[in-house]
Design a protein around this ligand. Sequence first.
Ligand code: NDP
Length: 333
Amino acid sequence: TRQWQLASRPVGEPTHENFELVTVDRPEPDANEVLVRTLYQSVDPYMRGRMRDAESYAEPWDVGDPMKANVVGEVLESNASAFEEGDVVTGDLYWAEHAVASADELQPVNPDHGPISTALGVLGMPGVTAYWGLNDVCDPIPGDTVVVSAAAGAVGSVVGQLAKLSGARVVGTAGSEAKVDWLTEDLGFDAAINYKETNDLSGAIDEACPNGVDVYFDNVGGPITDAVWPRLNLDARVAVCGQIALYNETSVPTGPRKLTKLIETRATVEGLLVSDYQPRWGEALGRLSTFIQNDDVRYRENVVEGFENAPDAFLGLFEGENIGKQVVQVAEY
Ligand code: NDP
């Protein structure tokens, strides 16, 4: 069986040289363990942080070790009473075609409830991030203007639709015309800005947010955040979810200097980490599945086929290649 290992630590933008595909013996499950065949593997922006040898909210990977990832897979062998052969499960496993896990590291996935890959996206970690990040941290109310960056991504696309459901005016930023069209034509965003084609980002934000910004859900940081900042309203709420524009920087760029804006607006800026919502995970997933069934929330997945293409799928996140959740299909279900 094959697995991807961290071959070296990237400096700046990661490249293929940082990954090595190796063939290893298929692992054998011990007592209370399960052998899982990976069907879908997630690639996520936070993995860039784990490639770095620095303390952060997720532990760094060691060079020469298999890399971890959320996967959806099929149980091939079970020594645990909770699972039987053929069950579909999800868990934090590896960039690997097969993995062994203890029963308490896995959750069941019901294939009758929709495509199983959604357990990595809208009905998984990114969906929960969007749900609690918006509702717990930002608390949008009808009439608010909500801006979300990386709006056509896994987290951002859900944030924007949930903000619409709460009665807000919703504006997204994204990196292509196809993304802008998806946001405004399919997902009900009031406006979307293609930041790659705009040479006056501040002007574009002004135009899309004539009443200023009450909530900013930040997935990217950098110039987009700089452009939103001066438009914050009195009592604005800013959720710092991700800073992907900075993940490949080798030195820390100058931070926001205009902090007087926070005095002027009494705005709240709060970092959020999805793992803190573990106790309320099921509640978010329950609400999201109802929204999906009622067509109140729509989602897309960008499926990269073939385990050998997993690094491409990961690197594509930094190029904005994905519309919706980026997943790798490792095997047929
Ligand atoms: P996405 O599906 O949004 O994919 C990443 C997107 O980021 C790309 O498609 C691209 O879209 C955009 N992007 C990449 N580079 C840049 C750049 N330099 N400037 C602006 N945009 C860029 O990923 P996720 O939805 O999984 O994650 C979104 C963010 O949320 C990430 O920052 C991630 O780290 C964070 N996150 C945080 C969690 C937490 O607990 N705090 C949990 C989950 C995610 P585009 O075409 O618009 O450029």
